[in-house]
Ligand binder design. Structure first.
Ligand SMILES: [Zn+2]
Length: 445
């Protein structure tokens, strides 16, 4: 298997390639990279994946990420050799992705106005650190270990820092978390503190913190674990893998994600491109990305709300100048991303080009929902006995909106991803204290 996996620039006109041990997150021309595989995994693996659900004591079978290890074998190991797995693959004792699968939620279906049997919602909040990030962190930290990194580095104000800190603590390596000074409520970093991460406060905004973290990684032998890292994307492919496996590899009509940095959109797109090319699926599900109205970069550009041009991947020729002009416009007008759903409060999605590629391949769409709608979505998930964060509510109300607009048809099968569990305890309390909210149950006295 040696030589099967490598890195390749996503820009088809550039196409620079790098060995799999490279820690570059971009090519020399500044384009994003993909992890690529030369071999085509046999569809016979579907049965092996299913059998591994009886883990027989192996954490790599228990893990919802490493159960699919042949489809992300960038370590190029003998995947049946568990000793080799232990040596290379990083895992939180098999817990990442272990509890993740799609569920039917009747009250959410009733609210959305879709039949219960056609709606699947997949909570990623039951990952050990509380969000989908553990999927991609397992693979990124595996690559960090493969290249001998002693420290992982990220810029984050929430879920990423929690996941990075947890994996670093488990592996006995250092973790630096860059944040903009004075702009982050300390409570949002409580998990990072708990797992022993080093917080570094940077003068400036979140983009400055990310820039500083990338520079630090490059100059001080740190390893970047933000979703710009192509190995993060590999682990996040297992989110749709688990959904598809549960549906017997019959593609749904739609897969719906909240839209932030677009790492999930990118990974779902890459997963579908690979599965289709490998003959694992016959139908390509359409991806719907749901932005917050207050942080709607993708939706604005994709739907032609800026300068009237609908931004597309355009077979690898996207109008990147349009994106630059949009960002200049945000700066000039002093427009900052603003939503209470902080997990998707992102104005400059790092993976926008991979996201556009995913939408082009899947004939996808992008739209927006309001904060108050997201809170309703979050709350109706709770009424089914499932916990989720406010950003995850975007998937629920996004589906509702797209059904009302007849973009999603009533007999379509839809999978919505619930990205994380509640980490802001006051959001549900405040929601339920206001009797005007649809699902509010105010306290009695
Ligand atoms: Zn390139």
């Amino acid at each position: 298997m040696q030589g099967d996996a490598y890195l390749k620039c996503i820009d088809p006109q550039c196409g620079l390639e790098y060995p799999i041990e490279s820690t570059n997150v971009q090519c020399e021309e500044g384009h994003l990279l993909d992890v690529k595989y030369k071999n085509k995994p046999s569809t016979g693996l579907k049965e092996i994946f299913y059998k591994r659900r009886n883990s027989e004591g192996s954490i790599f079978n228990e893990s919802g990420v490493w159960r699919f290890r042949e489809l992300l074998n960038f370590c190029q190991i003998d995947t049946e050799n568990l000793e080799e797995c232990s040596k290379y693959l990083v895992s939180l004792d098999g817990a990442e992705g272990r509890q993740s699968k799609p569920y039917q939620m009747s009250k959410a279906a009733e609210f959305i106005e879709i039949s219960t049997k056609n709606l699947w919602l997949q909570p990623e909040g039951y990952n050990p650190s509380g969000s989908f990030k553990d999927n991609g962190m397992a693979t990124a930290v595996t690559h960090a270990k493969m290249v001998g990194a002693k420290k992982i580095v990220c810029a984050s104000t929430g879920n990423t820092s929690a996941s990075a800190g947890m994996f670093a603590a488990n592996e006995g390596i250092d973790c630096d978390v860059y944040i903009p000074a004075g702009q982050i409520a300390p409570g949002k970093l409580s998990q990072a503190y708990q797992f022993g991460a080093q917080i570094l406060e940077i003068d400036g905004n979140f983009d400055d913190a990310l820039k500083q973290s990338l520079e630090d990684a490059q100059n001080h032998e740190g390893y970047t674990v933000n979703s710009i890292n192509p190995f993060r994307i590999e682990g996040q492919k297992t989110i749709p893998f688990r959904a598809l496996e549960y549906l017997n590899w019959e593609s749904p009509d739609w897969i719906v994600y909240p839209g932030g940095a677009l790492g999930n959109t990118s990974s779902c797109g890459k997963a579908m491109m690979e599965l289709y090319e490998w003959g694992w699926i016959k139908k390509i599900p359409r991806i719907a990305v749901i932005n917050s109205e207050g942080a709607s970069t993708l939706s604005d550009l994709y739907n032609g709300k800026f300068e009237g041009e609908e931004l597309r991947w355009n077979k690898g020729n996207p109008n990147t100048e349009l994106i630059s002009r949009y960002y200049d416009h945000l700066d000039k007008e002093g427009i900052r991303p603003k939503t209470k759903a902080t997990a998707i409060q992102i104005g400059r999605p790092a993976n926008i080009l991979k996201g556009l590629r995913a939408l082009e391949f899947t004939n996808g769409i992008a739209t927006t929902v309001t904060d108050s709608e997201m809170l309703d979505g979050m709350s109706v998930v709770g009424l089914n006995g499932f916990d989720c964060e406010m950003a995850s509510g975007a998937s629920v109300v996004g589906i509702k909106k797209l059904i009302s607009e007849e973009i999603i048809k009533k007999d379509d099968v839809v999978v919505g991803i619930l990205t994380g569990r509640q980490k802001d305890a006051m959001l549900p309390v405040e929601y339920h204290q206001n009797p005007k909210n649809i699902f509010a149950k105010p306290p009695k006295n």
